[in-house]
Structure formats: C-alpha cells, structure tokens
Design a protein around this ligand. Structure first.
Ligand SMILES: *Cc1c(COP(=O)(O)O)cnc(C)c1O
Length: 237
C-alpha cells in the first residue's frame, strides 16, 4: 500500500462535513443517543468521504455495493483502523470478494447467504436484516422468519450480534412502530445490537432503542445519481 495513493479531502469539503457532523451529534444528543455507534455511509461518494469520516474519528464505514466497498477498502492501509459494514442487498457471488474487508455483515436476510458468508469468513459477525414495514421492495426477512433464521445462522457458526432494519419510505414517524417491533424482537431473542435509523429518522430510531445508526446524506450531502437501478438502496428518492 503506497502512501502516495492515500485519499485526500478538499479542505472546504472537510469543513462542511465537520459542520454536518456537529449537527448530527447535536441531534443524537437531544434524542438521548450520544453513545450510539454511528456508521458513516459513504456509498455513492468517492474515497474522500471515507477519509473525511476517518479524520472525524468515524471509523465505522457503511457501503451498499460490493465493488465500491472493495475499491475504497483497498485505498486505505490497515493502520487506518476502518471497520467496513456491508449494509446493502447482498448477492451470494459477491461474498467471497467482500469477506477479507467486512467487519459486520448487516444485511443478512436468508440462510443461503449466511452459508456463503460462513464459508468465506467462518465465525463472522452478522446482523439479520428485518423487513419490519412489510414493503415488498425492501430487503430483509419477515418478522416471523427472524427467529428460525437466527437459529440457522448460529448453527452455521456465525456470530449473530443483532437486528438491522430500514425505516419505511415516508415521514420519520412512520418508522416508529416498525422499529419498536424490531427492538422487541431483539429483546426477545437476546440480541444486543439494533441497527436502525438513517439521516431522516435517527431520532425515532434512538427513541425506540437503536444501538447503531447509519448516516449518509446528513454527513456527506446528497449522493450523485446512480445509473444502475439494480443497485437501488430500496429508498425511492
Ligand atoms: C443509504 C443507506 C443509509 C444511509 O442513508 P441516508 O439517508 O443517506 O442517511 C443507511 N442504511 C442503508 C441500508 C442505506 O442503504
């Protein structure tokens, strides 16, 4: 890894991200979530966004697309201490390439995917993604399928840390009930980690018991349009 290739951030952009981060911190504090883990979602932005996060001490970085995660991870040396979170819809054929980089697989929603992860990264830490709002276009397994899936993943030797969910499209308040159901289920299953909430609904997520939020646009600004619709993050905006 050559230092010459280390990603840089324009100072003006860095200042802007810093200002946004302070705003996000204030929102987190006000909602009573000063201690929650913040995953900086850099998808759609260049490696500059990862470097900006790193400089702010945000070492948990979330990416949706395998190619982007692998490319960005390769741009940073291990000493950077970044922890990569796979948060997007995962295809089994991408797992092997991702495995050397991923710290936490947040979007495991079916057993065959878990089996592939267990093969490529035995004992890996995973979250089960739950489709708590029941919107068909969203990833995640149905609430009723979570318990058997968790059991299956544990049998595969995976370290199931908790549950992850994406709030429904619409006003933030619409996420409250789905998040509440996910937290109740995590309680029931004895799972500590609850990855809930994004830029728009982080307050609701924290009020309902999130231990981790995933923040993209409120840190790095709007994402450039993506041409590939298959890579959609499931949020129509
Ligand atoms: C894009 C994305 C985020 C971040 O969304 P923002 O609204 O930009 O904060 C969080 N989680 C998942 C799963 C995503 O796809």
């Amino acid at each position: 890894m050559s230092d010459a290739a280390a990603p840089t951030v324009d100072p003006a952009v860095m200042a802007q991200v810093e200002t946004r981060w302070r705003q996000v911190q204030r929102r987190l504090e006000r909602a009573g979530g000063a201690g929650v883990r913040v995953v900086a979602v850099t998808k759609g932005h260049g490696a500059w966004a990862v470097e900006a996060a790193r400089r702010l001490g945000l070492l948990d970085v979330g990416e949706n697309y395998a190619q982007e995660l692998v490319e960005k991870a390769a741009a940073f040396p291990p000493e950077a201490g970044l922890r990569w979170h796979a948060i997007g819809r995962l295809q089994r054929n991408k797992v092997r390439r991702l495995a050397p980089h991923v710290h936490l697989w947040q979007s495991v929603d079916r057993l065959p995917l878990g089996a592939e992860i267990a093969r490529a990264a035995p004992g890996a830490a995973v979250l089960v993604q739950v489709n708590a709002s029941g919107e068909p276009q969203k990833g995640g397994c149905a609430l009723a399928e979570v318990e058997p899936l968790v059991r299956g993943l544990v049998t595969l030797g995976l370290d199931v840390r908790g549950l992850m969910a994406i709030g429904p499209t619409g006003p933030p308040e619409d996420a409250r009930l789905p998040f509440r159901r996910v937290v109740a289920l995590a309680d029931e299953l004895g799972l500590a980690e609850r990855s809930l909430g994004m830029s728009a609904d982080l307050e609701v997520a924290i009020e309902e018991g999130a231990t981790m939020v995933r923040i993209g646009s409120d840190l790095f600004g709007p994402r450039p349009q993506r041409r590939d619709p298959a890579g959609s993050d499931g949020r129509d905006r």
